[in-house]
Design a binder for this molecule. Structure first.
Ligand SMILES: Nc1ncnc2c1ncn2[C@@H]1O[C@H](COP(=O)(O)OP(=O)(O)O)[C@@H](O)[C@H]1O
Ligand SMILES: [Mg+2]
Length: 404
């Protein structure tokens, strides 16, 4: 009898929607995941099945409002409140559409929300030291519209436990990509580029994870400013330009790149002000060279971070190294020029470049899947931050739950 009960509890699966909207503010990614499946995927041991994923751009005026809120030194409180509820509606709509498209009904939703402010490091405010973060997109609205419980607002619990509130995806990376014999780096290139380094046979506490610097954020900003294009599709513009190495090397001497991990970045580091300084450093060079230089900055900053903070020093006696792989995901994986630059850099340090897609996890769905997994953990009251990644003093159950 007891055995039967045990069996039922384990065979119960749950369909979870992960909803991701990153610092690029390009739109909403939804992944529908069946959780609690045994034996999938093969590489890791998480036990889930990706049922489908979809992507929905933000309406232009919404994207502009989000970017304005992120970059603002002053913004109307009423508009921030409105944006919170409006995004709740848009996230709910994205989930409802995904449900319809893939013919399923979700049991739970994990929604990251849109970060409008993140300060991983405590600083003085009104005489006190605080480290705040703010993701907007009202969970109660999503729950009401979709009739499913929603876990949202994942980052504050980690920060309350002394962490930087980011990165959170390493929890999934470790579960999926750890390997007994291969040193693996799971690299995501969203607005910001972040990585989880998982040494061969590593325990969860040995995972190193941090933001390496800009992902697409600087590239997007310069294509927008110079050419009126939201991004450099497939890296075609950068492919026609020449990267100016001097500019890249100069920028890599900046404070963020030199700082030791754990470290996190956002528009606070690589937003408008950084882009102005970047353009000033480029001076009067052709526009396509500027785009190529921004692309090279991302590729080099990733490779430099890996060399400085991730790869173990090679001893001359040890000629045979464990194989090393980078598993790439995020919208930046679609930028061919960026991928080619990165592959070249990685080749020098004997790291083979692979794509998340090869592991059954489409590049553009990975982060959304991560938030489905995190929500599932929270639903079961299990912690899902990796203290080694965020710097938290303890594991924490992440997020806040809204019930329909
Ligand atoms: N086909 C493509 N070619 C080049 N860049 C792309 C392509 N598709 C997406 N991107 C880049 O990826 C970004 C979105 O990546 P995403 O992983 O959604 O980031 P975020 O999590 O910050 O929203 C876009 O802003 C764009 O710069
Ligand atoms: Mg996005």
């Amino acid at each position: 009898m007891k055995t039967n009960l045990h069996k039922t509890a384990h065979s119960r699966t749950m369909i979870v929607a992960g909803v991701m909207s990153g610092t690029s503010a390009d739109g909403i990614n939804v992944a529908l995941v069946r959780m609690g499946v045994k034996g999938y995927p093969r590489e890791g041991n998480f036990g889930f099945e990706l049922l489908g994923h979809s992507e929905q751009g933000y309406p232009k005026q919404v994207r502009e409002a989000i970017l304005a809120a992120m970059n603002a030194t002053q913004v109307s409180v009423a508009n921030l409140a409105r944006l919170n509820f409006l995004l709740g509606e848009l996230y709910a709509d994205a989930v409802l559409r995904a449900q319809k498209k893939f013919g399923v009904k979700v049991d739970l939703i994990g929604c990251h929300g849109q970060t409008i402010y993140h300060q991983g490091e405590a600083a003085k405010y009104l005489g006190y030291r605080v480290a705040p973060t703010w993701q907007t997109g009202e969970g109660a609205v999503i729950a009401a519209r979709t009739a499913a419980p929603v876990v949202a607002d994942f980052r504050p619990a980690d920060m309350a436990a002394g962490g930087k509130g980011a990165p959170l995806v390493p929890f999934l990376d470790y579960a999926l990509f750890r390997h007994p014999k291969i040193f693996r780096i799971a690299q995501n290139i969203g607005g910001i580029a972040n990585l989880s380094a998982i040494p061969a046979g590593a325990a969860a506490e040995q995972v190193i994870a941090f933001d390496s610097g800009p992902g697409n954020m600087v590239i997007d900003a310069v294509t927008e400013k110079l050419l009126g294009l939201g991004y450099d599709k497939d890296g075609k513009i950068a492919a026609t330009g020449k990267a100016h190495d001097g500019v890249v090397q100069k920028l890599l001497r900046g404070k963020f790149f030199r700082a030791r991990p754990p470290k996190t970045a956002g528009r606070e580091e690589f937003g408008r002000e950084f882009v102005q300084a970047f353009l000033a450093s480029c001076g009067r060079i052709p526009k396509q060279d500027i785009v190529a230089t921004a692309t090279a900055l991302t590729a080099h900053s990733i490779a430099t971070a890996i060399g400085r903070f991730v790869l173990p020093p090679v001893s001359p006696q040890r000629k045979i190294l464990p194989p090393r792989e980078m598993i790439l995901a995020g919208g930046g994986a679609k930028n061919r020029t960026l991928v080619a630059m990165l592959a070249r850099e990685l080749d020098r340090v004997n790291v083979r470049l692979r794509f998340s897609d090869e592991f059954g996890l489409p590049s553009t769905a990975k982060e959304a899947v991560a938030f489905a997994v995190l929500a599932y953990e929270t639903w079961h009251r299990r912690p899902s931050n990796l203290p080694s990644a965020t710097g938290a003093k303890r594991p924490a159950v992440l997020g806040k739950i809204s019930y329909p």
